[in-house]
Write a protein that binds this ligand. Structure first.
Ligand code: ADP
Length: 437
């Protein structure tokens, strides 16, 4: 390339020198040099204009033959064109292969551009989300997936948990997750879970039906055992102790059936559309009375502290969840220990806590406590009357109240179970409410 540059420079100098020399004959060498350089500039301008014309016409043949350094420039442009065409071909091939792979995937994939407009979708998106790819490309997805839960999920911006939706045809169910990427884009993934949902529904109904069916025979057994206990009052101690053991076991089964039914009700019935205002200081007093009665033989110190706000929710469900926490505290706190019930506001959230000075829980157990039938010490839990379902019920009730459970515990020192409610679930007493503007 430098060779061409020098050649062009030499050519310009030669033209200028020839111009200068020929003009020197008539005694005007500078005019001659200037005329020579002017000629060079005109030639350069003509070549530049031809190059521009060729570029403006999309670099189509014929390629202008400009000579010297200009040919080098054209060759370089050509080379870059070829490289970029090869790169484009490679990317197109990659994109085609990705599209082919996405089309044979069983899951739906939708790419959303700015304003959540559909940019691309694979064929399963038609079956799982009811989209029509050709018709719907460019349309905003909220106008096509009309379930309000989807609109709320998309707007909330918290996509850690998947959303379960009804499919476009009954009884299809899909689980959907959004993955944000790039500046303002999102990837929507949806999977068919009809089969899993059907099995889960069957499990829930089976448990509910069995529990329901067990209730009547258990009530009959319980009644007869009461009668037998009265009949054998003051008689043979072996028979009496057998009857006492039977009553205890029937009582345990009744509690288990009641807890199973409560859990399946929470799983199968929709949350109430209209909640009520729950008087928290009255509820706390009632819970303190329950703690006193349950631990009557243990001499626990029971304390309560309540702030000036109430909860918005289902009073029966909340009472049942809080009672489970209180029962656990009583069961797992040795005689003379303390149990403290508090209802506080903290950073705009409502916190109901049951703190005990009992045996505590090792950290490794804490993540599993809300699983059904999970027990830290099975024998001890059964002996103390636990069903292993208490915290599962608590977790389900909190979920229906947009709340979460926080467990803090130290072995040998005690535990604190805190139910954290969002501000949307709080009803401030007039004295605490911010003044109306
Ligand atoms: P259970 O009916 O057995 O008490 P839960 O679901 O209520 O079942 O509790 C699960 C397990 O968590 C219990 O078996 C117990 O080991 C542990 N646990 C619950 N609350 C407490 C507490 N306050 N102190 C110590 N351990 C607790």
């Amino acid at each position: 390339m430098y060779r061409e540059l020098y050649r062009d420079l030499w050519m310009a100098l030669v033209i200028a020198a020839v111009g200068g020399l020929s003009a020197a004959i008539v005694g005007l060498p500078l005019v001659g040099v200037a005329a020579g350089l002017g000629l060079v500039a005109v030639l350069l301008f003509i070549k530049l204009a031809r190059l521009h014309l060729w570029l403006a016409r999309g670099r189509r043949p014929p390629i202008p033959e400009l000579g010297g350094l200009w040919d080098e420039v054209i060759r370089e442009i050509h080379k870059q064109d070829r490289d970029s065409a090869r790169h484009k071909e490679h990317l197109t091939g990659l994109f085609d292969r990705l599209q082919a792979a996405a089309s044979v995937m069983p899951d739906a994939m939708v790419v959303l551009a700015r304003h959540d407009a559909i940019e691309w979708a694979n064929p399963p998106a038609e079956r799982l989300l009811g989209l029509r790819i050709e018709r719907d490309t460019g349309a905003r997805i909220v106008h096509l997936i009309r379930d309000p839960a989807f609109g709320a999920y998309l707007a909330a911006g918290d996509y850690h948990e998947p959303l379960i939706l009804k499919g476009p045809v009954e009884p299809m169910a899909v689980t959907l997750q959004i993955i944000p990427f790039g500046a303002n884009e999102k990837l929507v993934m949806a999977r068919d879970i009809t089969h899993v949902k059907r099995l889960e529904d069957m499990r829930q109904h089976f448990v509910a039906d069995v529990s329901h069916e067990l209730r009547t025979p258990l009530t009959v057994l319980h009644g007869f055992l009461e009668t037998f206990a009265d009949l054998f009052e003051g008689q043979d101690s072996e028979v009496r102790s057998s009857i006492a053991l039977m009553r205890e076991q029937v009582e345990r089964m009744r509690r288990l059936v009641d807890d199973l039914l409560a859990l399946s009700r929470l799983e199968t019935t929709p949350a109430r559309a209209h909640d009520e205002i729950v008087d928290m200081s009255a509820l706390l007093k009632g819970l303190a009375d329950i703690a006193t009665v349950l631990g009557a033989d243990r001499g626990h110190r029971i304390e309560i502290e309540s702030c000036g706000a109430d909860l918005v929710g289902n009073v029966e469900e909340l009472r049942s969840a809080f009672t489970n926490l209180v029962q656990n505290a009583v069961r797992h706190t040795p005689p003379g220990g303390s149990i403290r019930l508090t209802w506080r506001m903290d950073s705009g959230e409502g916190r109901f806590a049951v703190a005990d000075s009992g045996e505590g829980i090792a950290e490794r157990h804490i993540p599993f406590l809300t699983q059904r039938f999970y027990r830290v010490d099975s024998d001890r839990s059964r002996a103390s009357g636990g069903t292993g379902l208490g915290l599962a019920i608590v977790a389900k009730v909190l979920l229906r109240h947009d709340a979460r459970l926080v467990v803090e515990s130290t072995l040998g020192r005690g535990s604190t179970f805190t139910c954290v409610f969002p501000s949307s679930r709080l009803k401030l007493h007039p004295a605490l409410s911010p003044p109306a503007v």
